[in-house]
Design a protein around this ligand. Structure first.
Ligand SMILES: C[S@@+](CC[C@H](N)C(=O)[O-])C[C@H]1O[C@@H](n2cnc3c(N)ncnc32)[C@H](O)[C@@H]1O
Length: 208
């Protein structure tokens, strides 16, 4: 006979699986958040308004390598691939294997390179894929909840990896990321996007 404890454990798992199936990519994102709330930092992917506004200043004709930190379920990946030149490459880096496996299973594009790893290692990662610099880097990392020292290390590595004229694109729920960026980027443009849950701050740090 099944013990009440086992029934109690099995029911939520079954229910969670059902909810996940109904939600599609949002379900995968929610699962990623439930398993690791501090590293994911949000329960809902970015809105299309945020994506459009964040990517608007990118000079796509002169973009060969676009890097994304924290792609989650790929909310930015598809719009970036739509805009990226045919000979371009999109390298996405996430610490969560659930998201990387999901991206590998759902996006098939020869320009798309999903990597399980930390954004702090961006220099080694792009080098391993034959690049010595990136044209643009977009970040959805939850800077304010990352472990101590990780945010500043990522901002420094990003500045080193960008070519002159390239930019670090950051969207955040708090203005804290700007502090990390300001140590390296002298010109930082900013805007807000209200149609996002919650509304978010958008920054573009340009490398002179
Ligand atoms: C708020 S989610 C971003 C979701 C997605 N980009 C969007 O727009 O909906 C933050 C992501 O950052 C990832 N992450 C956290 N720390 C990281 C790190 N050091 N390097 C790479 N990815 C990291 C998490 O696993 C998660 O996928």
């Amino acid at each position: 006979m099944t013990s009440p404890e086992l029934v109690g454990e099995a029911l939520p798992t079954k229910a969670i699986r059902k909810i996940k199936q109904m939600l599609g990519p949002w379900g995968v994102f929610l699962e990623g958040f439930i398993r690791n709330p501090v590293m994911v930092g949000s329960i809902i992917p970015s809105s299309r308004f945020t994506i459009r506004k964040m990517l608007a200043p990118v000079d796509w004709d002169n973009c060969r390598l676009f890097v994304e930190y924290g792609p989650g379920v790929g909310t930015f990946c598809r719009p970036v691939l739509q805009r990226l030149p045919r000979d371009g490459q999109l390298i996405v880096i996430d610490t969560n294997p659930l998201f990387i496996d999901y991206l590998k299973a759902t996006i098939s594009d020869s320009r798309f390179v999903p990597v399980l790893g930390s954004a702090a290692d961006v220099e080694d990662i792009i080098l391993a894929h034959g690049h010595d610099h990136a044209d643009y880097v977009v970040s959805g990392l939850p800077f304010s909840t990352l472990p101590d020292g990780v945010g500043p290390a990522i901002a420094a590595a990003t500045h080193r990896v960008l070519r002159k004229g390239g930019a670090f694109l950051v969207y955040q729920f708090t203005p804290r990321a700007r502090d990390f960026m300001a140590r390296h980027f002298t010109r930082i443009d900013h805007q807000m996007e209200m149609i996002n849950v919650p509304p978010c701050f958008l920054y573009w740090g340009w490398k002179d």
